[in-house]
Design a protein around this ligand. Structure first.
Ligand code: LMR
Length: 399
């Protein structure tokens, strides 16, 4: 039977990660996969995480099963982080959450849940969006429709076109929106735009599905959650997928959360029971170690403060790199405006160069980014900045 199988091309982001690892050039730069890197180009374990892990090692007494929803304490603390401790949807019992295997698990289980609610509803995703959104949501059987989002020429959001497209959605359709740090563009909705999108969603009876994988890496924990918190206060129903991969640096521990916001406490409980049953039939229950680390941090004031300080350091470093890169390019021979990079948020921006130029950066200079020219700004550092700008200059001149 297997002889009929054809190889499937690798996910472009993961393929890039492997090519980078195999490159022996000592000057190589990894601007591909979205992981945070420090000044030495290393993805460190956060100190708060290390402390929490050593505490866990001392205190953990069992490896027995948890539950499809994961750890109740994790769910409680992460809900407060995402929505804010006093959010009315939380205090009214309108939010149920499940610890999931990473943000991917949250997105997939959210899609499975939504398809179970209405198999006719479509999910609208931004153009462009994170490459894995389509297989994660489409794989659950949801029909995917696109709305325009990023204007490659003007390096900004095509906001009017986005609204016009969403006018074409029908009641009950789902709208996937990046909560902050849009992946791949770094172009985020401002508060007025969030409010206008909420007006449209409310008027048309759509259901928001927010993917917030980078809370705290854009403008701050509370600032980045503006859209999620505002929508949860206004909308009768919504879903939110979050991840601890980036803000806690727990990538390989696969720690995420899916939140369902319902119209009232009873409907929310029922929705939760549907979700937990889906989880049971997919992977039974999530892995526990990453969530145990997160709850240890969030339950301890000192550890939480340490973590927030470290996160602030990461955020400031990324913003500093954005400014530094724009300044270095402006001071170089490059005759093009890259100032948009310092107006964007989170790890990613499109450099706005052609796929051929991206390839030249890779083959001639060992600089790795996705073919779309999405670069992970956090992969830059003071040591490699000049090399990067010189290589960019060379490649731009060569074409
Ligand atoms: C990315 O976009 O690079 C990250 O979210 C990592 C991934 O799994 O694709």
């Amino acid at each position: 039977m297997f002889e009929a199988l054809k190889p499937i091309p690798q996910d472009p982001i993961l393929a890039m990660m492997l090519s980078y690892r195999e490159d022996t050039n000592p000057n190589k730069i990894d601007l591909g996969i979205g992981v945070y890197k420090n000044d030495q180009g290393h993805t460190p374990i956060m100190q708060a995480v290390q402390w929490a892990e050593s505490r866990l090692l001392e205190r953990e007494t069992t490896k027995s099963y948890t539950a499809p929803a994961g750890s109740p304490l994790f769910n409680e603390l992460i809900s407060k982080l995402v929505f804010g401790a006093d959010h009315p949807a939380l205090t009214d019992g309108r939010i149920v959450s499940a610890q999931t295997p990473g943000g991917c698990g949250a997105l997939r289980m959210g899609a499975e849940f939504l398809r179970g609610c209405n198999s006719e509803s479509r999910v609208w995703v931004s153009t462009p969006t994170w490459a894995n959104h389509v297989p994660l949501l489409g794989g659950a059987g949801l029909e995917i429709v696109e709305y325009p989002y990023y204007d490659y020429d003007n390096k900004s959001i095509r906001f009017e076109a986005m609204l016009t497209a969403l006018e074409g959605a029908k009641a009950g359709d789902f709208v996937l929106i990046h909560g902050c740090c849009h992946n791949p563009s770094g172009a985020d909705l401002n508060r007025e735009q969030w409010d206008a999108v909420a007006d449209l969603i409310e008027r048309k009876g759509l259901i928001p599905f927010i993917d917030m994988a980078y809370q705290g890496l854009g403008s701050g924990i509370d600032e980045d959650a503006y859209g999620v918190r505002m929508l949860a206060a206004r909308m009768p129903e919504m879903l939110v997928a979050t991840s601890c991969s980036k803000n806690f640096g727990l990538y390989r521990e696969r720690t995420g959360t899916l939140f369902i916001v319902g119209e009232n406490a009873e409907q929310t409980r029922n929705a939760g029971s549907q979700l937990f049953s889906k989880i049971r039939s997919h992977y039974s229950m999530p892995p526990s170690h990453g969530a145990a680390i997160v709850e240890t941090i969030l339950a301890d004031e000192k550890l939480e403060t340490l973590w927030l300080d470290e996160l602030e350091g990461m955020r400031n470093r990324i913003q500093g790199l954005r400014q530094g890169l724009v300044a270095k390019i402006a001071a170089s021979d490059i005759d093009a405006d890259f100032s948009f990079i310092q107006q964007q948020f989170g790890m990613f921006s499109f450099l706005g160069i052609t796929p051929e130029q991206v390839e030249a950066l890779r083959t001639q200079h060992s600089i790795y980014m996705i073919d779309s020219s999405r670069m992970n700004v956090a992969g830059l550092n003071d040591q490699c900045m000049d090399y990067f700008v010189d290589a960019l200059n060379e490649v731009l001149k060569g074409s």
